[in-house]
Design a protein around this ligand. Structure first.
Ligand SMILES: Nc1nc2c(c(=O)[nH]1)N[C@H]1C(S)=C(S)[C@@H](COP(=O)(O)O)O[C@H]1N2
Ligand SMILES: [Mo]
Length: 554
């Protein structure tokens, strides 16, 4: 038997400690092999995904599959605690888990080389199934994960091979005569492995993978550059029907109060897209078809820009917004009337005998959003928007075109990156969120929020402006009231109203006395209905209750 030793220069070492050290070294290097193989899998997959489409990469695919299958309560928790960073947290979580598994697989491979590689393939399968199983998944989406896993399985096999003594072709030396210090069964003390071979192979694998990953990223970004250019070059048309000027008094300009128009960079973002879709406006198409569509329509961006353009101020709200929460924002949208296009396609609302009662909007990332046909055609400014606050839609907010319907929560109206509109019925089809236990239909509830003073702040005794926003899109706000410590309701001063589709600012001058106090707010909408104080959660169709803020007046 040939035995290898690299401890020749260290004759003083005992066999036992050398054996232990060698075993540890091999285990650590096996774990490292697993990590390198994992890195290689991701990098190769990234490169393949870049050629196909970025969303089919394994981390994105698994992450998206996790999002799709997350129960609403957990989703709510994630949105609440991580906000817009929830996606980063999820991806980081997946990477950490992958690293742990990769380490384990490396150790497994040391015991059983083939089994280790087989385990890598199993992970590839998970990625592949996740990618194909997405709402917009196609069979080719399996490729990045599969190719990545096959290459990684090979890399692991090779690397761990360098750690296996009986396969060594490295620096062989004849077995020394058993040292007196070595006890029984410790011939292994002298068994070591091809360190140099391992270092070379590991470095090669890691560097090549990094190269592949880098190339993948570059490729993706060059493809996306086209979308960026198309956004940069999109010139917003002058609207035939401009938004009425915002009355000067609509913004009370009180410190701590949300601005009347929410700047795009501050506008909340809620979607399931791990990778923000970057759609090239030049190749974008929207198809309108389905039940009761007499003349299916396909429009491109030029058709849309050439139509009658409207501009409207509309406040968007998310059904996942808790009482007092941040997922509401007000913007000036530019686009076309959805109802115009629907009428051109020959669509009639149910009240006029149309057979379809649901519009299902589909996005390029497979989201489906169901909106009542009746609502979209009842005369309100339901829009296909391409402009937001004077610029083309930001990619995060749906470039090139999204839907906006005043009065409905975003998940039943505001499809971003829209590419398809199908007319169908609520009986025949449940859209994405409805399958996740949210209501099929969800008008926005009358709500109000105290923006200032902040919870647990310490304003000085005296006159303290209590101010915030209230919204009841398409019904408008007619009154806002504030009370302190459960006392009498005081009527707040309303800012000038823009439209009934926007939120409204309010302020109440509070004669604050020192001590702990709890402020509460409630709004009354344009129909005279007052916001209920009953507390319910966001699922299935929006939270209710009064926002309250406790402060310590000094
Ligand atoms: N394609 C797509 N559109 C979508 C969503 C999504 O996940 N994917 N989320 C909806 C939800 S729940 C809301 S509240 C609004 C949010 O729009 P914003 O991110 O521009 O604020 O977009 C809607 N449109
Ligand atoms: Mo939402």
């Amino acid at each position: 038997m040939l035995v290898v030793t690299e401890n020749r220069d260290d004759p003083g070492q005992t066999g036992a400690s050398s054996s232990r050290r060698s075993r540890w070294a091999r285990a650590i290097l096996a774990a490292l092999s697993g990590l390198i193989a994992g890195f290689c899998a991701l990098a190769v997959a990234e490169l393949v995904a870049a050629v196909l489409r970025p969303e089919s990469g394994p981390v994105t695919a698994v992450g998206s599959a996790v999002i799709d299958r997350t129960p609403p309560a957990v989703k709510e928790f994630a949105v609440r605690n991580f906000g817009t960073a929830d996606k980063m947290v999820l991806q980081l979580g997946i990477l950490v888990l992958l690293a742990l598994f990769a380490t384990g697989i490396g150790l497994l491979a040391l015991r059983h080389r083939l089994l280790g590689s087989a385990a890598v393939l199993v992970f590839g399968l998970v990625g592949a199934v996740s990618a194909v199983g997405r709402p917009e998944g196609v069979p080719a989406d399996a490729l990045p994960s599969v190719v990545g896993a096959v290459v990684a399985a090979g890399v692991l096999y090779l690397l761990v091979g360098r750690l296996t003594p009986d396969l060594l072709v490295g620096r062989l030396t004849p077995a020394p005569s058993p040292s007196p210090a070595a006890g029984e069964g410790e011939t292994e003390a002298y068994v070591t492995f091809d360190r140099r071979g391992f270092v070379v192979a590991a470095t090669t694998a890691a560097v090549t993978s990094a190269g592949a990953g880098f190339l993948g990223r570059r490729l993706t970004s060059s493809v996306q550059a086209g979308a960026g250019a198309s956004r940069h070059n999109l010139v917003l048309p002058v609207p035939e029907s401009a938004a009425p000027a915002i009355p000067p008094g609509a913004d009370l300009r009180i410190r701590g109060l949300s601005s009347f128009i929410t700047p795009n960079k501050d506008f909340y973002r809620v979607d399931t897209a791990l990778v923000v879709p970057r759609v090239d406006a030049g190749t974008w198409r929207l198809k309108i078809h389905g039940k009761g569509v007499a003349r299916p329509v396909t429009v491109d961006i030029h058709d849309l820009l050439g139509r009658e353009i409207i501009e409207r101020d509309i406040t968007l709200a998310c059904v996942s917004n808790e009482v007092g929460g941040p997922y509401v924002g007000n913007a000036r949208w530019i686009g076309v009337r959805l109802a115009d296009l629907l009428r051109e396609a020959g669509v009639r609302p149910p009240s006029k005998g149309g057979p379809a009662d649901q519009i299902v909007a589909r996005s390029v990332d497979g989201m489906t959003i169901g909106t009542p046909v009746e609502t979209a055609m009842d005369g309100r400014d339901a829009m296909l928007a391409f402009g937001m606050n004077g610029e083309p839609l930001p990619f995060e907010h749906g470039f090139p075109v999204r839907m906006v319907v005043p009065g409905l929560y975003g998940y039943v109206s505001a499809c971003k990156w829209i590419k398809d509109i199908e007319l169908t019925t609520f009986a025949a089809y449940d859209a994405y969120w409805v399958r996740q236990s949210w209501s099929q239909q969800a008008p926005i509830k009358t709500e109000s929020r105290i923006d200032t003073p902040r919870p647990f702040s310490s304003p000085k005794a005296g006159t303290v402006p209590v101010a915030g926003v209230a919204w009841a899109q398409h019904r408008g706000i007619s009154r806002v009231e504030v009370r302190v410590d459960g006392g009498e309701w005081h009527t707040a001063r309303l800012a000038a109203a823009d439209s009934r589709d926007t939120w409204r600012q309010w302020v109440w001058e509070w004669p604050a006395t020192s001590g702990n106090h709890t402020l509460e707010v409630r709004a009354t909408d344009g129909t005279g209905a007052t916001q209920t104080g009953d507390r319910v959660g966001t699922v299935p169709n929006g939270a209710t209750g009064w926002h309250s803020v406790t402060v310590d007046v000094s």
